[in-house]
Design a protein around this ligand. Structure first.
Ligand code: FAD
Length: 470
């Protein structure tokens, strides 16, 4: 390719999926320039709004993202959403894909997964006390759109978390960790106030299959088993029989996880003031409440396992049980949604793609469009997985560019990048946020945090974030 030919890329979304791809492209294509659009005034996606406050080491990837942002060929355009969601009633985006199209060679979609999956059982959305883990996580991490969530822990003793992944354990851990520990993190002051009144003592983490099928990882389990003053319960017989059944077929990480569970059972101290349990072979059938519409119990269908060790299926036995609880969190996964004008696979919940290159329903390549992160492969995997996958997409983009494959607009002269778009937004009276602006917001958050011994005190509304820049 002509080494002087510029490569203008727009990235939609500033989480790991967007940032790691930008990092790779800037490194390998010196003549590239990247405009990263982010709906919120603040960058980093779930690193800021998902990763638990007591996992500060995970958030260190923000330093890498800061380095990317220092590249003179990188521009952050915050407080600017691109592409209206196809979900009925969605707010109109600040810019549409069609606005961006004439100005770039390629558009990378990395806008993540911002809805949650429903269980499809009665009362999951109508009772007080039942909520999506995604909303709760967003609430305690300061995500502006979740700050109206009603969270009252002052009357709740027992909580149920449905799902057995890392997010489920994050929720359980936040509910059971001594407040003194959490006060040192960037957990929002609003959540700390709520936890001060919390009476939650017991948390049940419920899954439809068995111990071999849990989706959480060893690190998160270990943290749960180390909670002070907390008894751990699970069905030891089920663990033993499932392990025996699987024989030598277990891979190493799974073996380690099962070993941790065995150890957890053996070393658990009985009769502690708090407890948590792993409940297996249980599928939620519905929630019931009292006259005030407040959650009181969850009905669970009891399953048995069938099939190969590598692919055990939960089959309903027809038996049921009722578990009394005051709080319930649906933690069965995040969900991506489509944006107008871009192919979307509703069933898989991803933008269909081949190695990151967007394709339509007939598998035809859509020139110039790419996807990375949770939007590309579904809402699973840690930051390291997202990084590997963003690199794969970036490599596809680089290879398409250097080999002269069709991009968005072959007439390079018309591609000016973000400048005309910034002018358009300005003319509409829309305020954009640069990376420098974000650093000002961040500095203010850190100053506020330092006063109370926390790494930062997050602003909870878009207005407060923007006010720093006045
Ligand atoms: P996201 O991080 O969600 O980024 C998407 C970005 O796009 C967001 O900033 C969003 O605001 C923006 N956006 C959305 N729509 C638009 C639009 N229309 N226009 C412009 N911008 C838009 N991984 C770990 O390694 N360790 C952990 O401890 C860990 N904990 C986690 C805890 C929770 C609760 C969750 C949910 C995830 C956790 N992960 C953890 C996983 C990790 O967060 C993900 O792998 C990663 O963030 C996915 O990156 P992404 O870029 O695809 O999406």
């Amino acid at each position: 390719a002509d080494p002087a030919k510029p490569f203008k890329v727009a990235v939609i979304g500033s989480g790991p999926g967007g940032f790691y791809a930008a990092h790779r492209i800037l490194k390998h294509v010196p003549q590239s320039s990247i405009d990263m659009f982010e709906a919120l005034p603040v960058p980093h996606g779930l690193v800021r709004f998902g990763v638990a406050p007591d996992h500060p080491e995970v958030k260190n990837v923000m330093h890498t993202f800061d380095e990317v942002a220092e590249n003179p060929n990188f521009t952050f355009i915050g407080n600017t959403s691109v592409g209206t969601y196809v979900t009925p009633g969605s707010k109109k985006a600040d810019l549409e894909i069609s606005d961006l199209r004439p100005h770039y060679d390629a558009i990378l979609l990395a806008y993540g997964a911002h809805e949650d999956r429903l269980l499809g059982v009665p009362n999951e959305q109508s009772l007080k006390g039942v909520m999506a883990a995604r909303s709760f996580v967003g609430f305690y991490n300061g995500l502006p759109e979740e700050q109206d969530l009603e969270v009252d822990l002052s009357k709740a003793e027992t909580a149920v978390v449905i799902g057995q992944g890392n997010v489920a354990l994050d929720v359980a851990r936040i509910l059971l960790t001594p407040l003194e520990e959490l006060k040192k993190t960037d957990l929002t002051e609003r959540m700390i106030k709520i936890l001060e009144k919390s009476r939650v003592k017991h948390v049940h983490v419920v899954g439809r299959r068995g111990p071999l099928e849990v989706a959480f990882t060893a690190k998160e389990l270990r943290e749960m088993l180390q909670l002070p003053d907390t008894t751990f319960h699970m069905d030891q017989g089920l663990l033993a029989s499932e392990m025996e059944r699987s024989g030598k077929t277990l891979d190493r990480p799974r073996k380690r996880l099962m070993g941790l569970l065995e150890k957890g059972i053996k070393e658990s101290k009985p009769d502690q003031p708090k407890s948590w349990s792993l409940q297996f072979l249980r599928s939620p059938l519905g929630f019931s409440g009292d006259g005030d519409n407040q959650l009181k119990a969850i009905e669970l269908g009891i399953n048995r396992l069938e099939g190969e060790s590598s692919n055990r299926k939960a089959v309903a036995t027809g038996e049921k049980e009722t578990l009394a609880c005051d709080l319930a969190f649906r933690s069965i996964g995040y969900k991506s949604v489509g944006i107008q004008g871009i192919p979307f696979d509703e069933r898989k919940g991803v933008v269909p793609n081949l190695d990151g290159k967007v394709v339509d329903a007939e598998q035809n390549i859509v020139p110039g469009f790419y996807a990375s992160g949770w939007l590309k492969r579904g809402p699973i995997g840690v930051i390291a997985t997202t990084m590997a996958d963003a690199y794969q997409t970036a490599d596809t983009m680089i290879s398409d560019f250097t080999s002269g494959k069709a991009m968005l607009n072959d007439d390079t002269s018309s591609k000016e990048g973000g400048k005309p778009l910034l002018e358009l937004l300005k003319s509409k009276g829309h305020k954009t946020v640069s990376y420098k602006d974000w650093k000002k917001i961040e500095q203010k958050e850190c100053e506020l945090g330092a006063k109370v011994g926390k790494p930062r005190e997050k602003f909870l509304t878009v207005e407060e974030m923007l006010k720093v820049l006045d």
